[in-house]
Design a protein around this ligand. Structure first.
Ligand code: CTP
Length: 394
């Protein structure tokens, strides 16, 4: 870490997890960072200004009106090398996404160009709410790094995804943000994500339940680790993702074309898209009337991974499998049949995984490693898969 990049603003939102940020502050100080704590006014209900002042050794203010003659919000915004916003409540995330500046913290965030790590913590229902989902997507499209909250027991009797991540995970995410863990610089990562659609007629299609969330998590993680990232997105609602070149496709055929054009130029291929195994033999130009809509004749789509494996040079290839039973055996068979280096098999029984921010399953490698994962965030899986890819890249 250079001496010129160690000023952090630790923004603290009004969540019970604020007390956990006291430990986070300590761990970052251990690493040599100088930290100014800026709580929101209501965050002081959880941890008071004197605690933050004692821990940081610096004055703590929440409003722009205090010491206004110093124009503190601009000088502090200019001085900060990084922002760490932990915990970030649904309201704080909404205010940042809207560009509000109604307290010192949101003023600073608006006035600064520094890299920002946002660590949400809230009730699972608030995390899942479409407003929060949209606000998080907005922040990510603007280059903010937004961590996934962890799954587990909350302050009350409820449990679900919303817990403040462990200090260690936050410090690791912060290291990624600061570039202390840029182990993929110069590596070209090609990711496919989402699910293909095979048109039956202008109205209907054959599709699948893949949301593309795992592919997006992989793209975000690879960018943070310094990779050049291209994403081929099948029917996903993603307009932009900081540092990622996105190509939108619809059918397996479109996906194949985009993939074959880009594959020779990548070092790592992550094939997380769910590709339709078959398509209607005939795509009707006119809508089929219901009286005639009785059966669909199908023809198989080519297996894209099999075709790519036949023409690969040095690429590391990561495949995915979605299974409801015999996870290990099915995944091992696919790893061999498709000549993959790594496969991740999702356990999709009982509606688990699809559309969720968490996953559970098993990583298998060409060299025989088998790592079973209980429920982890898709971000965490993304980083694990990239760790394995780096090992195979040598
Ligand atoms: N895949 C592919 N081309 C296809 C179908 C799948 O490249 N036509 C890729 C997927 O992107 C995934 C892996 O192969 O990375 C496994 O996909 P999956 O659907 O689980 O396996 P299938 O080979 O289709 O086998 P099955 O549906 O019989 O389980």
């Amino acid at each position: 870490m250079s001496a010129t990049s160690r000023e952090i603003v630790l923004g603290v939102g009004a969540g019970i997890a604020a007390y956990k940020s006291c430990d986070l502050l300590r761990r970052l100080q251990d690493r040599g960072y100088l930290i100014t704590v800026v709580p929101t006014p209501s965050a002081l209900n959880f941890v008071g200004a004197s605690t933050w002042e004692a821990l940081s050794g610096r004055a703590v203010t929440t409003q722009v009106w205090e010491n206004a003659h110093h124009v503190g919000h601009i000088s502090l915004a200019n001085r900060a090398d990084y922002f760490l916003i932990a915990p970030a409540t649904a309201d704080l995330i909404a205010r940042i996404a809207a560009g509000r500046a109604d307290d010192l913290l949101t003023n600073l965030i608006l006035a600064s160009d520094a890299p920002m790590l946002v660590v949400p913590a809230m009730h699972p229902a608030m995390w899942r709410d479409p407003a929060t989902v949209a606000n998080v997507a907005t922040l990510r499209s603007r280059g903010y790094v937004v961590m996934e909250p962890e799954v587990g027991r909350l302050t009350g009797s409820d449990s679900g995804q919303g817990r403040f991540p462990h200090t260690q995970s936050i410090v690791m995410a912060f290291d990624l943000l600061t570039g202390n863990l840029r182990d993929l610089v110069g590596v070209r990562v090609l990711i496919t994500a989402g699910g293909t659609r095979e048109a039956i007629d202008p109205v209907r299609f054959i599709g699948n339940r893949s949301s593309g969330k795992q592919g997006l998590a992989l793209a975000r993680a690879a960018v943070l680790r310094g990779a050049d990232v291209e994403l081929i997105a099948a029917n996903m609602q993603v307009d932009s993702l900081h540092g990622v070149e996105i190509t939108h496709v619809e059918s397996a055929n479109d996906l194949g074309q985009a993939l074959f054009a880009r594959f020779p130029h990548c070092d790592v291929l992550v094939m997380s898209a769910a590709v339709a195994d078959a398509r209607p033999r005939h795509q009707e130009r006119e809508k089929i009337k219901k009286s005639q809509f009785t059966s669909i004749e199908l023809e198989p789509n080519p297996d894209l991974l099999v075709k790519l494996s036949a023409r690969k040079a040095e690429q590391v290839m990561i495949g995915f499998a979605a299974e409801t039973n015999n996870l290990r055996e099915s995944a091992r068979a696919k790893l061999t049949a498709k000549d993959l280096d790594i496969i991740y098999v999702n356990d999709v029984s009982d509606g688990k995984i699809f559309g969720k921010d968490t996953t559970q399953g098993m990583i298998l490698t060409r060299h025989g490693a088998e790592i079973a994962l209980k429920e982890v965030s898709k971000d965490a899986l993304a980083n694990l898969l990239l760790d394995h890819a780096i090992r195979q890249l040598g």
